[in-house]
Design a protein around this ligand. Structure first.
Ligand code: HEM
Length: 489
């Protein structure tokens, strides 16, 4: 859902990850020195090395884009549309979405140039609808919606316990408990609803697994998703997440001034209210536990939320804002990746066998791997990596042009317009960057030792977690969840 939502918002403002969008609105008066140097590299998209003006850049008109989206049916698969467009227009083209002009960059070399020039406070999108809710209800922005120096402050507080390997490995036991319950649940479902064989809705089950996993890390509590009957409140929360993402896709298509009059705006606000309410209840519960332990002079143990509360670097409202956004970013991303990895394993028996041999050599019998075991399973990691190449959950990243003056100047010889974004679609599935394969997958390409050098490609051909200071905050936890779930399954 995050993926879809991001893609969809990308249609308007090209928000989040994977594609780089250049934030518009800044005057493009470049310093003379830069203008003179104009270092057009020979590997840019401009074959003749001459900067192109916006007018010279090819691409579909607004009507053509609408035709592609709604008549040809690419609305849900805009990444596929971009692949098709790159075949028609080359690695650099512009698309129009009403008043918004988006520059698409489909070249690993150019993507590298953009990503390397992001500056200290990259901007992905202004997420106007999400920010609109927060302003309406006086809620704080989290890492997804915050910008500038405020965003940097949030990241500096959230990063250590999410990204430092020693902290992340301390979540391994928590995740393993969820994995054990998930494996039991899958067995129960097969027995009771699938005639001993089938799990009827594996995607839905993996969603619950990812939800339970991330909640157990963030809130240090179990939500009951692995029980035979999922508690009503938890089920309602999951439904609200889905509704919020679905409504987000629609709301961004309308101008901000019209939102209060839209019939579904109220619903959108109500779903956010529910998400914040549930998160608030969980945070309050944790605070009470901490207070009780403090009164009894007991040592206070906990992980992510406990740390945030005890560190007192954020207000309660800020913690709520951040933790809710972490939760939203951390469910379907992980569950989709596990789904696709399982699909590939199911269809590629050789790879499945190779993985099986790796797993049983490190964890014989029913032993679930701990974090040190996982480090000894390079093939498992390579499978996840290859899945993320073939099915990137966030297939585009947006970057802010404001921090990319040089890059912008390389590409265009004129001032950018206030409504221009630059979007960098994924290259991972483009034959040009990974010519040998669509299917079968080739996880071997990601093995640092024993991998086939011929299969290795441009490092910016596939950047599933983004790059730089604004890269994925949950990357390590996601990797832990994905890798921990496989050996047991
Ligand atoms: C396989 C799973 C995942 C993938 C492929 C993924 C991918 C990404 C990508 C590509 C970005 C954008 C990076 C950029 O803009 O340069 C991102 C951002 C983000 N991700 Fe993930 N993600 C995953 C799981 C998670 C999890 C589990 C969490 C939460 C624990 C999470 C939290 C976030 C947050 C908060 C951001 C926004 C960071 C910011 O703007 O500062 N992600 N993710």
């Amino acid at each position: 859902m995050l993926r879809r939502s991001l893609l969809n918002v990308g249609l308007r403002t090209k928000q989040h990850a994977g594609t780089q969008s250049a934030a518009a609105g800044q005057s493009a008066q470049f310093p003379r020195r830069q203008q003179r140097s104009r270092p057009v590299s020979s590997n840019t998209a401009m074959g003749d090395h001459k900067p192109k003006s916006m007018e010279e850049l090819g691409g579909p008109s607004f009507m053509t884009t609408l035709y592609w989206l709604f008549v040809k049916g690419y609305f849900q698969t805009t990444q596929q549309m971009q692949i098709e467009h790159s075949k028609i227009y080359g690695p650099l083209w512009k698309s129009k979405y009403g008043p918004l002009v988006v520059v698409n960059v489909a070249s690993a070399e150019l993507i590298e140039q953009v990503l390397r020039q992001e500056g200290r406070h990259p901007v992905r999108t202004d997420m106007p609808h999400w920010r609109g809710y927060r302003e309406l209800r006086n809620q704080a922005h989290g890492p997804l919606t915050e910008m500038g120096a405020k965003w940097m402050r949030i990241r500096s507080i959230l990063n250590p316990r999410m990204l430092k390997p020693k902290h992340v490995s301390s979540y391994a036991n928590t995740i393993n408990e969820v994995v054990t319950d998930f494996i039991e649940r899958v067995a129960w479902l097969r027995e009771n609803t699938g005639q001993g064989v089938m799990v009827n809705d594996l995607t839905g089950e993996l969603y619950k697994f990812a939800f339970e996993g991330i909640c157990s890390v963030l809130f240090e509590t179990r939500m009951g998703c692995m029980e035979a009957v999922v508690p009503e409140e938890t089920q309602k929360f999951i439904v609200s997440v889905g509704e919020m993402f679905t409504l987000s896709q629609i709301i961004v298509l309308f101008p901000k001034s019209s939102w209060p009059y839209l019939p579904f705006w109220k619903k959108f606000v109500a779903t956010w209210d529910h998400l914040f309410k549930v998160a608030e209840d969980l945070v309050k519960k944790k605070m009470e536990e901490i207070q009780k332990s403090a009164q009894l002079d007991q040592s206070i143990e906990g992980a992510y939320l406990t740390h945030l509360l005890l560190s007192e670097k954020m207000t309660l409202t800020e913690i709520l804002g951040s933790i809710t956004e972490l939760l939203l970013a951390g469910v379907d991303t992980t569950s989709n990746t596990i789904s696709w990895s399982l699909y590939h394993l199911a269809t590629e028996s050789k790879i499945q066998e190779q993985l099986y041999q790796e797993v049983i050599s490190i964890c014989p019998g029913d032993k679930l791997p701990d974090s040190s075991d996982i480090t000894q399973m390079p093939f498992l990691k390579a499978i996840i990596r290859e899945t993320l190449r073939l099915y990137p959950v966030v297939p585009e990243t947006l970057a802010s042009l404001s921090k990319m003056r040089l890059w912008w100047e390389i590409i265009f010889s004129q001032k950018r317009r206030s409504s221009t974004s630059v979007t960098m679609p994924f290259c991972p599935m483009m034959k040009k960057f990974f010519p040998e394969t669509q299917r079968p997958s080739l996880p071997q390409r990601w093995l640092s030792r024993g991998g086939d050098d011929k299969l290795k490609q441009h490092p910016f051909g596939s950047v599933p977690f983004g790059f730089g200071v604004r890269a994925c905050l949950g990357r390590r936890v996601a990797e832990l969840e994905c890798t921990s779930s496989f050996p047991g399954l």
